[in-house]
Design a protein around this ligand. Structure first.
Ligand code: SAM
Length: 243
């Protein structure tokens, strides 16, 4: 890994990024779901529905939802009968997720603290690996992609939902202005934490473009890598296969 990595618009030592990202999600965990609805006008729900529809989890399949946070993706996959392990580096996010699952009467999920860069799971343990709005927060992304491939069975599939860059010119400018100016303010008044939401927006800007990220997925050994833009690429669904 390089000596420094991007933490939003700053370059920091890798261990420092991991520490700061940990603080961000510990701070926002309680208000995370409400903030997602406010920031995206509820759109994140549709993006997550489309994502899970592409993953097509089947009854009995073992799926690892990495950086699963408060469980949004896992709940959708469990509803289709998959056997889901939700993992995240942040115990506070998983704790909120477990409480949400209990409230909704969703059981049968496995919740496990894990760092995506060094997983404790056996090799070839899962039919599918998903990561939604998580990969840009990981310090060593190539290491996480390699681990994703390792824990997948041969024939297993990798799916990643992440912000990207829209190529709709007018929309891109409006979204940039909205996200740079309004999102940190919403974070300040709703979650009491402007800095964390500033980081979350800046980290979107620093994330590789769709073709660049596809190359990183290929470099980790995945085959048939493809990406599907949503809203001109504001958000993208990336996929690849272990064959
Ligand atoms: N997947 C959920 C969703 O779509 O709502 C949560 C996404 S949240 C924006 C990003 C998550 O990535 C946080 O819960 C954070 O703790 C987690 N994360 C960051 N670095 C990680 C790492 N190295 N390993 C596992 N999870 C990580």
């Amino acid at each position: 890994m390089e000596d420094t990595v991007s933490y939003g618009y700053e370059q920091v030592a890798p261990a420092e990024k991991t520490r700061r990202v940990g603080e961000v999600f510990s701070s926002v965990a309680r208000r995370y779901d409400l903030m997602n609805d406010l920031m995206s006008g509820g759109l994140h729900r549709m993006w997550k529905d489309s994502f899970v529809a592409m993953v097509k989890p089947r009854p009995g399949e073992r799926v690892l939802d990495m950086a699963g946070g408060t469980g949004d993706i896992a709940f959708r996959m469990a509803a289709r009968g998959a056997s889901v392990t939700v993992s995240d580096i942040n115990a506070a996010m998983l704790e909120v997720g477990e409480q949400r699952a209990a409230k909704r009467g969703i059981d049968g999920l496995t919740w496990q603290v894990e760092n995506a860069e060094v997983l404790s799971f056996d090799s070839a343990a899962f039919d599918a690996y998903t990561i939604a709005f998580g990969i840009r927060n990981v310090t060593d992304i190539p290491a996480a992609l390699k681990e994703a491939r390792r824990v997948l069975k041969y024939g297993g599939r990798f799916f990643c939902l992440e912000f990207s860059t829209t190529d709709w010119p007018g929309f891109g400018r409006v979204y940039d202005a909205y996200s740079e100016k309004l999102v940190p303010q919403i974070g300040k008044y709703v979650a009491g934490d402007e800095a964390s939401y500033r980081y979350l927006i800046e980290s979107i800007r620093r994330f590789p473009t769709m073709p660049e990220f596809s190359k990183m997925i290929e470099a980790a050994g995945f085959a048939r890598v493809s990406s599907r833009p949503i809203l001109g690429g504001l958000v993208a669904i990336h996929s690849g296969w272990k064959i």
